[in-house]
Design a protein around this ligand. Structure first.
Ligand code: 1PR
Length: 530
């Protein structure tokens, strides 16, 4: 019997799904005394270090957990479940951790790196642990802004390290107590195998390897994301659709490119590093009344073990009966149904307008701030739908302009990128650069950058747009819209340094398989997850 220590601070549905898919039963820790009765304990910590410790204290879990760990009983910490084993964290000064492992958790250097470290990286296994018994060197999925550094004091815990800037501890183990910084439940088949070893009780530690299996630096992969734009068609069925410059109708009918759950599963099997669903009519239909979409997410997350993002309609809402829903409660419903990240479109533009009106002050009122506080920054993606606005010279606008190689209709050589709301139907007085910077300040963890001009054209990503946003923020940026062939992916990675690229049409129409993109990128010397 596996016991799960879910202290209610965030989404652990993915882990539950993975454990069930592996055929194991779970029991939940409900009271402090359950901890010492556990046979095998999993602590999938999520959110911030301080918030996790505060909740453990409030629930009376700290002392039994320390006693369980001191007895060296079977334990698997995941992410914050690794970090809380240490003494303290820069993330929450003054808050003591469980103190089992010497050292302080420190933040990655956002001056030099894109933070969070979000995506697929290698793991250098340094001991013959059963956890990694049949690990074949696959990349595993990480998402975190803080990390444990290897040191002489914690050398006896060191099981595996990963490089991001410098080396950090990606797995620790002493006896039967182990913890990993990556998310096995989101790391595809390789992650599931590792999880199975713990669940099956193969967790005794073994001596250090004379030579780690891998000695060269670990390499962080560029992510390839498959995107499914979803909406109801005229017959009322939820379908995957795809627009040309956001127009999804052909001869008056909503284009139908397949069923959402089936397509998502196909992309998982074909090697997508992440899958994104955009509920494209969410801005006008209240998503919580859109139960089929929640059902799609539930069914997908039972079978797909890479990160799932969902967007569309995340905003506060008052229904016909006058009942008020906060944006956080909409996001809650998506997370409970299996999302790992949510994406905010229109509401982020309104939030930035209000933030500008307050002179760049944060007051905690926006959906971005509220959702990031509960689920962590990494769970909040901002989906931007920009359109080019040409001007004769930068002096003609207050917005951030770029000099462009793609001249406007009257030969203009200068443009800015206007943010839109409601699926591109309405332009607002905000440009992409100020939107991206403001959202980063409000606590967003990632930018999904579409382009209405390029969407569905197959003409390649808008490099000038992508570069402008990549240079403006330090959070990861996903380039989207316009992919037509494998060369477009290497072009966007090489020209802009973005962390991920997303495509829809070419994957749906089977014109370019995901693996063909990855094979081509590796031939060009660009790292991917195989
Ligand atoms: O405003 O928070 O309700 O969110 C609505 C979400 O729906 C936004 O993320 C917005 O981007 C999306 N959306 C709204 N209308 C459309 C539409 O197409 N009519 N889809 C739409 C956006 C763009 C990408 C597409 C890429 C790649 N589609 O999702 O997948 O452009 O396509 P390609 O590779 O075929 O070029 P809110």
């Amino acid at each position: 019997m596996i016991s799960l220590l879910d202290y209610g601070a965030g989404n652990v549905r993915s882990l539950r799904n993975a454990i069930h898919a592996l055929g194991f039963n779970l029991t939940e820790i409900q009271r402090p005394e359950d901890i010492l009765k556990a046979e095998r304990l999993i602590f999938p910590g999520v959110g911030a270090f301080g918030a996790a410790m505060e909740r453990l204290h409030r629930l009376g879990y700290v002392e039994p957990l320390k006693a369980y760990l001191a007895e060296g009983r079977p334990y698997l910490g995941i992410c914050i479940g690794l970090q809380t084993l240490f003494e303290s964290s820069e993330e929450s000064p003054g808050v003591a951790g469980l103190g089992l492992i010497p050292g302080q958790i420190r933040r990655f250097d956002a001056q030099a790196l894109s933070v969070p470290h979000m995506g697929w990286n290698d793991v250098r296994v340094e001991r013959a642990s059963p956890l990694f018994a049949d690990y074949a060197g696959e990349k595993l999925y990480f998402v975190h802004s803080y990390r444990a550094e290897p040191s002489a004091e914690n050398a006896d815990w060191r099981l595996a390290t990963t490089d991001y800037g410098a080396a950090f501890l990606s797995a620790v183990q002493k006896g039967r107590v182990g913890a990993v910084q990556f998310h096995p439940e989101k790391s595809g088949e390789a992650g599931l195998r590792l999880l199975r070893h713990f669940l099956a009780g193969e967790d005794r530690s073994a001596p250090a390897l004379e030579r780690p299996a891998r000695q060269e630096p670990t390499r962080f992969a560029k992510r390839i994301i498959a995107c499914l734009d979803v909406r109801s068609n005229d017959a009322g069925d939820l379908v995957v659709t795809k627009g040309d410059q956001y127009d999804v109708r052909e001869s008056g009918e909503v284009r139908n490119l397949g069923k959402p759950v089936e397509l998502a599963q196909r992309y998982y099997e074909e090697g997508a590093d992440e899958i994104t669903f955009l509920n494209i009519t969410g801005f006008r239909d209240f998503p919580l009344s859109d139960q089929p979409m929640l059902e799609v997410l539930k069914r997908t997350s039972e079978k797909v073990f890479v990160p799932l993002t969902i967007g569309g309609g995340i905003r506060e809402f008052t229904d016909a009966k006058g009942k008020h829903y906060s944006a956080l409660s909409v996001a809650d419903a998506y997370f409970r149904s299996g999302a790992d990240k949510i994406s905010i479109g229109s509401d982020a533009v309104y939030a930035v307008e209000a933030y500008k009106a307050r002179g760049g002050e944060k007051d905690g009122s926006t959906a971005i701030e509220q959702i990031a506080r509960v689920y962590g920054n990494q769970a909040v993606v901002i989906s931007i739908d920009p359109r080019r606005v040409y001007v004769d010279s930068p002096t003609m606008t207050d917005h951030v302009t770029v000099e462009t190689q793609v001249p406007g209709p009257n030969g203009e050589r200068c443009c800015w990128f206007q943010c839109t709301v409601k699926g591109g139907r309405e332009g607002r007085d905000v440009d992409v650069v100020e939107l991206a910077r403001a959202c980063e300040d409000l606590g967003a963890g990632e930018i999904l950058l579409n382009s209405i001009d390029r969407d569905g054209t197959g003409a390649g990503f808008d490099i000038e747009l992508v570069r402008a946003v990549r240079e403006a923020v330090s959070i990861p940026v996903i380039a989207s819209s316009g992919a037509g062939c494998v060369e477009h992916f290497s072009e966007v990675f090489e020209a802009t340094g973005v962390e991920a690229a997303l495509a829809a049409g070419i994957f749906h129409r089977r014109e370019v398989p995901i693996m063909a993109v990855k094979t081509y990128l590796r031939e060009q010397g660009i790292e991917t997850r195989t």
